[in-house]
Design a protein around this ligand. Sequence first.
Ligand SMILES: [Zn+2]
Length: 465
Amino acid sequence: MDESWEASGIYMLVCRVNGKRYIGQSKNIRRRLNEHRRGKGFAPLICKAIAKYGWDAFDKIVLEFCPVEELDKKEIYYIAELKPEYNLAEGGGGSKGCKPSPETIEILRQAAKKQWSDEENLKLLKKPILCIDTGEIFDSVNSAAAKAGVSRNCVSMALNGKVKTAGGYRWAYLNPEDKTSEERRKNLGKANRGRKQSAEQIEKRVAHFKGQKRENYNSYKKVVCVETGRIFDSVKIAAESVGITPCFLSKVLHGIKKTAGGFHWKFAKEVFYMTEHEVYDLLVETGAIMTAHFQLTSGLHSPHYVEKFRVLERPIYTARLCRAIAEHFKDAQIETVVGPATGGIILAHETALALGTRAIFTERVDGKMTFRRGFTLHEGERVLIVEDVVTTGGSVREVIDVVKQFGGLPVAIAMLVDRSGGKASFGDVPAFALLHMDVETYEPENCPLCKDGVPLTKRGSTGKK
Ligand SMILES: [Zn+2]
C-alpha cells in the first residue's frame, strides 16, 4: 500500500479467485484497508470473503481520491455503475450522477482485465499438497488423490485433520501463504546461488526424512481385524484382504465408521490393550456375565452370575482377552504360562501363544492340585499364572504352591475377572485382572429380588472356593 493512500476516497477490492468486487469509501483509505486486513468491518460479505481467501487474494484499487464531502455520492455512483457482488447496500447517502475521471475509467478497465487473466495468481491460490511420507508435492487435492488411489474427499479429510492418513499416507498443505512463499522461494534461490548442495548432501537429507518416517510410522500403521485377529502390515493390505478401499478402512480405524467389510478394525497397537469397559461389554455380549436372580453354591442370592465358558467357548474372543493379558506382561520375561484346569488350560494356551512361551496346566489328583502328564519347571523358571474368574482366589493360591514346589518362580497372576471385590490376595505375587467386579450378594431373607418376586435361577460353580 502506498503512503499516498492516507487520504479520503473510494476504493475497490477485487478477489482474484472469483473476480467478485467490493467498493467502499473512507476518509483514510490506507487505514480502512488495514481494518479489512484484520477482519474488521461492517460489510459481512467482504469480511467472509477475506476470511475465506485471505487478504493476499484481493487486489486493492483506489478508484478515486476525493474530498470527504463527496465520498457518499461517489460511492453511490460506483456501486450503481459497477454492481460489485460483495456490496449489500447502495452506499453513501447523497445524490447520484457524478461521472468518474478518465483516469479512473482506465483503472477500472485494467482491473477488469486483470481479474480474469491473472491465472498465475489463481494457480498460486491453489494450495500445493505435500505427501509427508514420500516427500512428493502435488499441485492439487485431485492429483494427490489420484496418486494415492483414494478419493479427493479422503485426502481432504487427512488435510483437515479428520483422519490421520489417506491411502496409508499422511498429507499436509505445503505453505498456505501462496504469494509470500513464492517470493521467499525466489529470495532463497538468490541467497543460495553459488552455494550448490552436493548430491551427497541431498541424498543424506532425503534419507534422514525417510528414516524418520519408517521409525515412528510403520509400527502404528499395522492393522488388526478384531474378529479374526489377523494382523496386516498396512491399512492398504488390510483393506485389500476384504475388498474395500483403504480410505473406508481408515474411517473405521479412526472411529468415524463402525465396521468395514463386516469386521471391526483397529491399529495393532490399540487392539492388544482392552479397557475394563471393553472387557465387560465383551463378557455381557457373549453371555458370560448374566443378570437375573441367582442362588450361588454358598446359598447367597445375587443379581449377577459369571459363566466363563460362554466366552471360553468362543476362541476369537478368548484370544482377544488373552492378547490383552499378554500385552501387560510382554516385558516380564515370562517363560511359561500356567493355568488350573479346566478354564485355565484354554487361557494358558492363548496367552502363551501371544507371548511366545510354553503353556502348561495343573489339575487335581484326589482333590490335590498338581502337575501331571510330565509337566516340569526348571529352577527359577519365570511363570505367569492365569485364571478365568476368581472369587476367593483359593485355586490360584494352590497353583502358586505347585509352581514353587516344582522350582518355578511365580512372577504374576492374571485373571479375566476378579469378582472378589479386592478381597482375593496372593501374598507377594502381584495380581492383574482384565475386569474387576464387586458382585453384590444377599442373604435370602434380605434379598431385594426375592421381595420383588423375581423367579430364582439356581447357579453356582462346582467345587470352586
Ligand atoms: Zn433372592
